[in-house]
Design a protein. Sequence first.
Length: 377
Amino acid sequence: MKNLKYQPQCIYPDIPKINIDVYKRGLKRFIDSFVTENVGNIGFYQFGTIRNPGISDIDLLIIVEDQQWKKSIEISRHIIKSDGLLSFLFIHEPVIICKSLLPYIKFFHTLENCEYIQGTWNPIDTQKINLKVDRDMRLILHVVWNSFMRVAALELDSQNIGLRRVLILMHNLLSSAYNGNKLLNKPISISLSTKEIRNEILSASVEEQQSLTQRYIQEIIYILNKVDFHLDHELLTQQEYLLLSSLLPRFSGKNIFIANNNCLSKSKIKIIDKNLIIKTFFSSYCFIKMPYYLIYFTLLINNELGCFNEFGFARRKLCNLKHEYICIKEYVKNFLEALAFFDLYKINFLFPTPFAASLQNKSIIKNYLKQMLITYF
């Protein structure tokens, strides 16, 4: 067993010197190929920001007709997999959704700076889809994304990892800190920025880059933990702290036990001897500290969703603990309704889940979906 340090043993340089024009050409190449192989209406939207060519990736949202959804995902994967440049520019697959799923997307993704770029339709505009959510729902989305990113960031404990991947993971963790800070009644001062960090690291010599990167990783983790410490104290009552203390392991404070698995998309949450265990794609076992509020809200979502079967032992205690987060019911309702479309078209759920837990194809969800399909279809 080892304590997670979020520190790679070796960070190797792998950032090519390319400009924004390479991204523009790559995006055009992908869209042209996608349109050629597809039928029906298609809308392309770009979100996120290409801050640093060579590091940044392309964030693309594609909206297609329902009956073309599954085929469109397969076409996209084939185009990217068979093209070396596109495989580099798209770190993750484009977010491809069907038109019927559009009203639910704000419950799973912020789509920051989302802009329509081209296509045969623009359903976000024509249907007047509101992508904004209120503060309570932003809290739930933060719980989901922060816990997901903390699990994904376990990759930083690798023996060998490329600098590009490290810088992207660092940005994700720092973004979690900023998003959490916005939820605080009294936000703390955060002086670090992704731009500042990347400029300093990329300006350093190859020999200096690793130690400089490791120092910034440590600073980002410290900032994120500090924000989450304040969120713990603002969001949880003493009664809730006591409840969690009785449910969670006692290794060295607030710990979650992380076990290994072959890929993140198949992560599962389990309870063994009162230890919260998350299966991830890492090869070794490690200890990791997690904020109480992330675990608490995950348990509340479970209590409403009822699909983390391994959390059953905690359900009775949670049922006796009254909470006022109506947004959890709203999140779960929309999650289940959206999941109905994924299951109907036999597509894996595309968005982050609490602690990267695998929530699809659980029997309790299937029973719920059967009733929904009768109602909605």
